[in-house]
Design a binder for this molecule. Structure first.
Ligand code: NAP
Length: 523
C-alpha cells in the first residue's frame, strides 16, 4: 500500500517507487513511502495564506473547541488505530500511550486554553511596567501569533502522540502544521491523518502531511516559521545547521536522544518498598514499547553495596517478561518498530560492550522465546541488562554515557557517594528525564539540586507517592518535555508555555490608555 501525502488540500500519491516498510511482527511489507512530486515551497505558501489566516480569524477559545471536537472524533476511531498499531510492534498497553495519550493531549490543551486564556488573540505576559514618573508612559509584554507555519518532523517511536502533542499547542496559537512522520511508522500516522482530514474539523490549510522525504522544504522556511524536530541528536544537529534555518533565524526546536538515568538513594535498603519501586521503574522502562521511549532509563546508578541485589532483583523481574505477538494476551512486550531499528540497537549493544558486560539477556536471536512470532522475521529483541565495569573518572571506560541503544537495554553504574552519583548523572550531558528514589528528604534535596541543571524533568519517587505516580518515562501535557544539552536544548508541552513557542513576544511601550484600547480591542 503506497502511503498518501496530504498537500494543498488534496491527497497525493507519488508515482515514484518509494521506500518499502515492513510489519514489525511478521516482517512482511506493509507500506511504501514516497513524497516525490510534492511542491514543498507551495505547501508552505498554502499553509501561510490559507491555514494561518483561517486559524487566526478564530479566538483561542474557538481554536480550543476545534481541538476538543477533533479529540472526540479521533477517539471514536481508536480501534482502527489500535489494529494498525500492531504493525509498529506494540502491545495494546503500549499503543495506549501513543494513541489515547496523543488524543488526551488534544483534550488537555483544549481545556487548558478554555480555562486559562482569554477568548481573544493576544496573550499578556506579566504586568504593566511603570516606566515614567507621571505614569503617562508604560510598558507591557504581549505574545501574538506568528504569521507562518509549523513544520513538525517526528520520530518513529510515537507515530500518533508525536503528531498530536505538537499539533495541539500549534493550533491553539493559530499556527497551521505540516507533519512529517518518520518513514518506519508513517502508515499509522497516515491513517490518523486520514481521519483528521475526513473529520473536516480543522480549517482549510491548517493541516498537511508529508510521508517520505521533506524535500527542499527547509530551504524555504522564514523567520515566521517554526521547525520542531524530534529524533536523533545526529539528524537534529544536521538540520539545525541548515544554512536557510541559520540565515533566516527560523525557530528550531529539537527534542533529541537522551541517556536518562535513575539514581537509587543510599538510604534505600535492599528488599524495602522503595527498592522494589526502583526495580519496577527500571524494568518498566526497559520493556514498555520495547524500550523505544526517548525518556526510557538508559543508566541505572546504584550504591556500590546494593549493586548485586539490584542485578538479582532486575533479573527476577525481567524473567517474567513474555515477548511475542501483541495479539496474544499473555504477551507483555512486543517487537521493535522494524528490523533496521533492531540492527541499530544490536550494533549499539556491541559498542556498549566495550566497557560493559551483559549480565542478563542475549543478543542471539535464536536463544529467547517468542510467543506466536519469529525473531528471524519480526523485530523482536530480548531485554538486555549490562553492568559498566569502571565507574571512575576515565570516561573512555563508560560508553553508556554516550551511546543510546534505543531498545530494551539498560546499563548499571555503581557509585561510592552522593557526589559520585551526581557526577555520573551529569555525564549524560543533558537528559529529558531522571529519577531519584529515596525517602530521605536531605538526600533528596542534595540529589535533586545537584541533578536539576542537567534535566528537563525529575521524578522524586518513594512509597508515599508511588500508587499515584505516573512513572519515570511518562510525558504529561502539563509538564515540560525536553532537556538541556544532548537532549536537544528545547522544551515541548509544559502546559500553555508550549503555545508561546508559536507566538512572538513583543514589548509594547506607550500611553496606558492607548495600550488598554489596543488590548481591549484584541480582547
Ligand atoms: P531520526 O533518524 O533522527 O529521524 C527523525 C526524523 O527526522 C524522521 O522523521 C526522519 O525521517 C527525519 N529525517 C531524517 N533525515 C532527514 C533529513 N535529511 N531532512 C529532513 N528530515 C529528516 O530518528 P528516529 O530514528 O526516527 O527516532 C529515534 C530517535 O529519536 C532516538 O534517538 C530517540 O531518542 C529520539 N527521540 C527523541 C524524542 C524526544 O522527545 N526527545 C522522542 C522520540 C524519539 P525518515 O524517517 O523519513 O528518515
Amino acid at each position: 500500500m503506497k502511503l498518501k501525502n496530504y498537500a494543498l488540500g488534496e491527497w497525493f500519491t507519488s508515482s515514484n517507487t518509494g521506500k518499502v516498510v515492513n510489519h514489525a511482527i511478521t516482517g512482511l511489507p506493509i507500506a511504501e513511502v514516497e513524497s516525490n512530486g510534492l511542491d514543498f515551497s507551495e505547501m508552505l505558501h498554502y499553509s501561510r495564506t490559507q491555514g494561518n489566516r483561517a486559524l487566526q480569524a478564530l479566538t483561542f477559545h474557538q481554536r480550543a473547541k476545534l481541538l476538543k471536537s477533533l479529540g472526540v472524533y479521533l477517539l471514536e476511531q481508536k480501534e482502527l488505530f489500535y489494529t494498525c498499531s500492531i504493525g509498529t510492534g506494540t502491545t495494546r498497553k503500549d499503543a495506549w500511550i501513543d494513541i489515547e495519550g496523543g488524543i488526551g493531549t488534544l483534550f488537555s490543551y483544549a481545556s487548558q486554553a478554555l480555562n486559562s486564556l482569554t477568548d481573544g488573540h493576544i496573550l499578556l505576559d506579566g504586568k504593566q511596567e511603570a516606566l515614567s514618573k507621571q505614569g503617562s508612559f508604560v510598558g507591557q509584554h504581549i505574545y501574538s501569533s506568528i504569521t507562518g507555519v509549523a513544520v513538525h518532523i517526528n520520530a518513529y517511536n510515537f507515530p500518533v502522540w508525536g503528531m498530536l502533542e505538537k499539533l495541539a499547542p500549534s493550533i491553539i496559537a493559530g499556527v497551521p502544521v505540516i507533519v512529517k512522520p518518520a518513514t518506519q511508522t508513517a502508515f499509522l500516522t497516515e491513517l490518523v491523518a486520514q481521519h483528521i482530514v475526513a473529520s473536516g474539523i480543522l480549517p482549510k490549510g491548517a493541516f498537511q502531511l508529508i510521508c517520505g522525504s521533506l524535500g527542499n522544504m527547509l530551504e524555504h522556511t522564514t523567520y515566521q516559521d517554526v521547525v520542531s524536530f524530534t529524533g536523533s541528536a545526529q539528524t537534529g544537529q544536521m538540520l539545525k545547521a541548515n544554512h536557510n534555518i541559520v540565515s533566516e533565524s527560523t525557530r528550531f526546536m529539537m527534542e533529541a536522544d537522551s541517556l536518562n538515568c535513575a539514581i537509587l538513594g543510599e538510604d534505600v535498603a535492599a528488599d524495602s518498598a522503595d527498592f522494589n519501586l526502583y526495580i519496577r521503574e527500571i524494568c518498566n522502562e526497559m520493556t514498555t514499547k520495547a524500550g523505544q521511549k526517548c525518556t526510557a532509563i538508559r543508566r541505572a546508578i546504584v550504591p556500590q553495596d546494593k549493586l548485586e541485589a539490584v542485578i538479582d532483583a532486575i533479573k527476577l523481574r525481567l524473567g517474567k517478561v513474555v515477548i511475542g505477538h501483541p495479539e496474544n494476551p499473555s504477551v507483555t512486550m512486543g517487537a521493535l518498530a522494524g528490523l533496521e531499528q533492531r540492527a541499530d540497537v544490536l550494533a549499539n549493544i556491541e559498542r556498549l560492550s566495550e566497557s560493559a558486560e551483559v549480565v542478563y539477556g542475549t543478543t542471539d536471536l535464536d536463544s529467547f522465546n517468542v510467543l506466536d512470532g519469529d525473531a528471524n522475521r519480526g523485530a523482536f529483541l530480548a531485554p538486555v541488562l549490562m553492568v559498566n565495569q569502571d565507574s571512575g573518572s576515565d570516561l573512555s571506560k563508560q560508553t553508556a554515557h554516550d551511546i543510546e541503544a534505543f531498545g530494551p537495554v539498560c546499563t548499571l553504574f555503581s557509585y561510592s557517594n552522593t557526589e559520585h552519583a551526581l557526577a555520573l548523572a551529569a555525564r549524560g550531558k543533558g537528559s529529558l528525564a531522571g529519577s531519584i528514589v529515596t525517602s530521605n528528604y536531605d538526600l533528596a534535596q542534595q540529589l535533586c539540586l545537584g541533578a536539576a541543571a542537567h534535566h528537563g524533568r525529575l521524578l522524586l519517587l518513594n512509597e508515599s507517592c508511588s500508587s499515584e505516580s505516573t512513572g519515570h518515562g511518562m510525558v504529561l501535557p502539563q509538564l515540560i518535555h525536553g532537556g538541556p544539552g544532548r537532549a536537544g536544548g528545547s522544551e515541548e508541552l509544559g502546559g500553555l508555555r508550549a503555545v508561546k513557542h508559536y507566538m512572538q513576544r513583543t514589548a509594547l511601550q506607550g500611553n496606558p490608555e492607548m495600550l488598554a484600547a489596543i488590548l481591549t480591542n484584541t480582547k
